[in-house]
Design a protein around this ligand. Structure first.
Ligand SMILES: [Zn+2]
Length: 155
């Protein structure tokens, strides 16, 4: 087989192990077969090896998502909060946590990071809870918003 990348005339058959890494997890797939270019290093897996790599990739993504969902649920329980209560305090919709914990929607990375911080410092949740985001504009304020705040201030 000719190398599809550099055109070298004769690729070499080899058996290799390949390690896939994603989201802090890794998996090694043993004895994959393919042809490799001695000139540029390009490799082409055979059909069976490609199928095994695809399956391993899918399984790894599922595993990372499932771990992320489990972590969200675990930290929420550590904070002794319902899904609704946590969502309310983060300015999320009422069903957001349910979707993240069931792995239906990937959680925003910011939420994951804040929850990891709260896992280390659970006492900070009270401080976070007291920040009333309902008073914070969630988009660029318009003149109407400013008028509302001005009126509130003069009441
Ligand atoms: Zn090549």
């Amino acid at each position: 087989m000719q190398c599809p990348a550099c055109g070298y005339p004769e690729m070499e058959e080899r058996t290799e192990n390949e390690t896939l890494s994603y989201g802090g997890q890794s998996v090694t797939i043993q004895n994959l077969r393919g042809e490799f270019c001695p000139s540029c290093g390009e490799g082409v897996w055979d059909t069976e090896s490609n199928r095994r790599l695809d399956e391993a990739q899918t399984a790894l993504i599922r595993s990372v998502r499932s771990e992320m969902s489990a972590n969200i649920k675990r930290i929420r329980k550590l904070l002794k909060l319902t899904q609704a209560k946590l969502a309310e305090n983060f300015g999320l919709g009422p069903l957001a946590l349910s979707r993240y914990e069931r792995g239906k929607t990937p959680p925003p990375i910011l939420l994951v990071k804040v929850l990891q911080l709260l896992e280390k410092h659970p006492n900070l949740f009270e401080e976070l809870r007291q920040m009333d985001h309902r008073a914070m504009p969630t988009r660029a304020p318009t003149r109407a918003d400013v008028a509302v705040y001005r009126n509130r201030a003069t009441v």
